[in-house]
Design a binder for this molecule. Structure first.
Ligand code: PEP
Length: 252
């Protein structure tokens, strides 16, 4: 058990899941209700197609439902885009922004992520902004420089600290089974925390910093116990109830 920490455990389902996966959410809501978490918040971000049905389940427990992206615009001629207002309309209260897969495949820039984050925060969304370095950047010793730049350019100046979350996700750790050493996670989280402090002052204390990248039931306890880690962003291990529960079992 990871004691005395307010943790946020967020599941990113990516492009996985059909209506038949309602049973996972049903088991999860029952488990959350029974466990009655005092200090931890649990969030699942399924594809947009499932938000509506998942959020009707989540009303029966404290499970939060979120999206994996949103538009930087509110409404209008933006084909294929979905705004925070629309996501709120179907029950989402959170959004993941700037995931490395979107930065890579959709060529999302720091500026676009910044604008999306501003829009999400203005709509009172729990806004998770992802940052992280590639393996090449790490090997060249550029991790902190890259992270610093992403933080500076992706986060808005005006923030609602209660709603802003930063997820440190080393790209080489996502879906690979590789995880940085606890000491490396600590160093990067500490660096992020110092940057947030100098930019936002007192407000920074409320910004949670999550670790993401191959978190599973075997390594969760050790990662979540690291001083500067306020939770986890979980991909693969959030898809199956038994795997996700194995992580949540360490929370209270
Ligand atoms: C992710 O994609 O955000 C992620 C952390 O994935 P995984 O847990 O599968 O590495």
């Amino acid at each position: 058990m990871v004691k005395n920490k307010n943790l946020l455990i967020a599941g990113n389902w990516k492009m996985n899941g059909l209506k038949e996966n309602l049973s996972m959410i049903s088991s999860l809501t029952k488990y959350i209700k029974k466990k009655n978490f005092k200090n931890s918040e649990i969030l699942i971000c399924p594809p947009n197609t499932l938000i509506d049905s998942f959020s009707s389940f989540s009303k029966r427990s404290n499970l939060m439902i979120g999206a994996q992206d949103c538009s930087s615009n509110e409404s209008g001629a933006y084909t294929g885009e979905v705004s925070p207002l629309m996501l709120k309309d179907i029950g989402a209260c959170a959004v993941i922004l700037g995931h490395s897969e979107r930065r890579d495949y959709q060529k999302e820039s720091n500026k676009l992520i910044h604008d999306k984050a501003e829009n999400a925060l203005n709509n009172n969304f729990l806004t998770i902004v992802c940052i992280g370095e590639t393996l090449t950047q790490k090997k060249k010793g550029n991790t902190l420089r890259i992270i610093g730049e992403q933080l500076k350019k992706s986060l808005p100046n005006k923030i609602k600290a209660n709603n802003l979350v930063v997820a440190y996700e080393p790209i080489w750790a996502i879906g690979s089974g590789l995880v940085p050493s606890n000491n490396d996670i600590y160093k990067v989280h500490n660096f992020i925390s110092n940057k947030l402090n100098s930019r936002y002052g007192n407000k920074a204390k409320k910004i949670k910093i999550l670790y993401g990248g191959s978190v599973n039931k075997k390594n969760a306890s050790s990662i979540l116990s690291i001083d500067s880690v306020n939770g986890a962003l979980v991909g693969g291990a959030s898809l199956k109830f038994s795997d996700f529960k194995g992580i949540l079992d360490f929370c209270n």
